[in-house]
Design a protein around this ligand. Structure first.
Ligand code: SF4
Ligand code: SF4
Length: 324
């Protein structure tokens, strides 16, 4: 549908017709998501962490869709894979999903250099279940504690050094090399019964590739600890994997009293460190992280290495390992 044509009609119609047209627009197919979004008066603006940090309409959800429709510019990179827009959109539109298709791999060298900095030599081991840490687990210093934990609870797990990044950063940037990562990941994963990972985004990526993958906490066992803590829902974990109650049940089984922060469950607030936004615009990502940190009054526990780093939080693995 040509948006200029639609705009011309809208200009000339009375309110009643405009409302009727709005109903038609919401019924357009998903292929027209950009058109639907660009005609929306930014209804999810209040939920967008990037707009909140940058305070520029140019990077607001609906305006980014408009920019994307007319060819795109730098604004199409100013997005997180948080899907707060989708969660608060009547038409369930993910702005980041739409923008991703228009990105051309610009900035991929930043991913190369970041990956080369955090990559480390890891010792391989054989086992039935593949433990795939994902690149952010190394950065959050969660790799060694997870190895120790898995060994202590007697999981028959493997570590494979052939691939350390699932390819998500390249995928988010539209760099074609993501397909090499995806193929390699599928090949490596096919050698094992299943894959476990600390990173919700890795799990989500692998599930999308048809790999049998689960978040680490699916193999974890609760231990009596006790105390008061707050759980931060990682966006991907809550909104894309649908895991909201399960980590809470785990923490309650550990004897914790949960103090819910402002914005939790599927209405969580992004930590700012997801996707590639932090690698491109670190100062803005830090503003988002700072805002989220201020929403907690007690110790923060989470289940994602990116959130852990952003919020100075502890991971589920770390709190259980402390008493094991
Ligand atoms: S994502 Fe939905 S609510 Fe947000 S601006 Fe687009 S159409 Fe409007
Ligand atoms: S995906 Fe997140 S950052 Fe991007 S427009 Fe939607 S709410 Fe804003």
């Amino acid at each position: 549908m040509n948006p200029k044509f639609l705009m011309r009609i809208l200009e000339k119609t009375d309110l009643k017709t405009k409302l009727r047209l709005a109903k038609v627009i919401t019924k357009l197919g998903s292929g027209d998501d950009i058109v639907k979004c660009m005609l929306c008066p930014n209804m999810c603006l209040y939920a967008c962490p990037v707009f909140d940090a940058e305070k520029r309409l140019t990077v607001s959800p609906s305006v980014k869709s408009r920019i994307a429709y007319f060819g795109g510019n730098e604004a199409i990179y100013h997005c997180l894979p948080c899907d707060a827009c989708k969660e608060n959109c009547k038409m369930e539109i993910s702005v980041n999903d739409n923008l991703r298709n228009l990105r051309s791999g610009k900035y991929a060298e930043k991913i190369d250099s970041w990956l080369s900095k955090i990559s480390k030599k890891i010792d391989e081991r054989e086992g039935r279940i593949l433990y795939f840490p994902g690149c952010r687990t190394f950065e959050a210093k969660l790799f060694e504690p997870t190895l120790e934990y898995l060994e202590k609870i007697g999981i028959d797990f493997a570590v494979n050094s052939d691939i350390i990044c699932c390819g998500m950063p390249y995928f988010e940037l539209g760099d074609k090399r993501y397909s090499e990562h995806f193929s390699k990941l599928k090949k490596v994963a096919s050698q094992y019964e299943m894959v476990i990972s600390n990173c919700p985004h890795c799990v989500y990526t692998m599930k999308g590739l048809g790999i049998k993958a689960e978040h680490m906490f699916s193999v974890m066992k609760p231990l009596k600890i006790g105390g008061s803590i707050s759980y931060h829902d990682p966006c991907i974990m809550a909104r894309k994997l649908g895991l909201v109650e399960e980590p809470r049940e785990f923490l309650k089984a550990c004897g914790f009293e949960l103090i819910e922060p402002a914005f939790s469950g599927r209405q969580t607030a992004c930590c700012g460190y997801g996707g590639v936004y932090r690698l491109l615009y670190p100062e803005n990502a830090e503003k988002i992280a700072e805002r989220r940190r201020k929403q907690f009054e007690s110790e923060i526990i989470t289940a994602c290495p990116a959130c852990k780093k952003a919020l100075n939080a502890k991971d589920l693995v770390e709190i259980v390992l402390e008493v094991l």
